[in-house]
Ligand binder design. Structure first.
Ligand SMILES: C[S@@+](CC[C@H](N)C(=O)[O-])C[C@H]1O[C@@H](n2cnc3c(N)ncnc32)[C@H](O)[C@@H]1O
Length: 279
């Protein structure tokens, strides 16, 4: 066996368990901040402004875009989109709401989101018993779950991701030798075949990107809001292996987002929103 010269990243065994469902299930029940909703990185404003202020705002499109919100946690991003649509399209915002699919692997997160929608509908005098948005419990790193739960309907125009790739990135790589045809995505199998005899594996961020590419339209977008200034560093790029299938995304933009702080003397820290386009 030879070590891959381009895959000499340190092991991920840093003790962080943000990739683990048990961590999140426990956190959503026990962390008091989650009971009323907690926003990672920053509020949904930065992503929302990207969706509403560009020259051709995605949220104003007709017909409405089909949105996959991954790793919803207890964030208010999807509900904020609904509130925006309600303002902009008083006649058909409820119909638009059906185009948002909220996904998390934690049932506690999905329950929270369902309750938040129901409560808000009650507050605005609508029938909270009729669910407007869609909710799915899916492990995004499990190809069979992604394919069977998210891959059957109309492909998505847009993936919204606020720090979910960050969480997923803390997981260990999948060793090339462990990639099998009956459980993994065909593109991962192809990548593993090109790496026979090479020690190493595929980063969780790449597994996620390959899975998402199968349920997003060609030219569709993935807005990834991340703390990391080099979010895709772990990805094996197509120039390294033969086929573009192993990374079917092109970064078309990277927007800096200044981190808000209540301390005026705090150093300026930036997060980033990556615009990835499906090739
Ligand atoms: C850092 S939190 C971000 C939550 C929310 N997007 C926000 O901005 O506040 C990451 C979320 O991703 C979810 N998650 C992590 N790994 C996942 C996976 N493999 N499949 C589905 N959801 C996952 C967690 O349950 C959690 O809700």
């Amino acid at each position: 066996m030879t070590a891959s010269p381009t895959r000499t990243r340190p092991s991920k065994s840093s003790g962080l368990s943000y990739h683990s469902a048990s961590y999140w299930n426990h956190r959503f029940i026990t962390d008091p901040r989650e009971s009323s909703g907690f926003e990672w990185l920053s509020s949904s404003t930065s992503l929302l402004s990207l969706l509403t202020t560009s020259p051709a705002p995605l949220l104003l499109r007709d017909p409405p875009i089909h949105i996959l919100h991954i790793g919803v946690g207890t964030s208010s991003l999807s509900l904020d989109i609904l509130k925006y649509w309600r303002q902009q399209f008083p006649a058909d915002w409820m119909y638009r709401a059906k185009n948002i699919v909220n996904v998390d692997f934690s049932p506690n997160s999905v329950d929270f989101q369902r309750r938040a929608e129901c409560q808000w509908l009650g507050e605005i005098g609508e029938d909270g018993d009729v669910e407007l948005m869609e909710y799915r419990i899916v492990d995004l790193l499990d190809w069979h779950q992604v394919e069977s739960v998210l891959g059957q309907g109309e492909p998505f125009d847009l993936v919204l991701d606020k720090s979910t790739t960050d969480s997923i990135s803390t997981g260990e790589d999948t060793a090339f030798t462990c990639i099998k045809g009956d459980t993994h995505h065909p593109s991962l199998l192809q990548l593993a075949r090109s790496k026979i005899g090479v020690v190493g594996g595929v980063a969780t961020t790449q597994v996620l990107g390959i899975h998402l590419s199968s349920i997003v339209k060609p030219d569709g977008l993935w807005y990834c809001h991340s703390y990391s200034s080099d979010r895709w560093d772990d990805v094996i790029s197509p120039s390294e292996a033969a086929a573009a299938d192993i990374w079917p995304w092109k970064q078309t933009d990277k927007t800096s987002v200044a981190v808000e702080s209540s301390d005026p003397n705090a150093p300026l820290i930036n997060h980033y929103i990556y615009t990835m386009q499906r090739s």
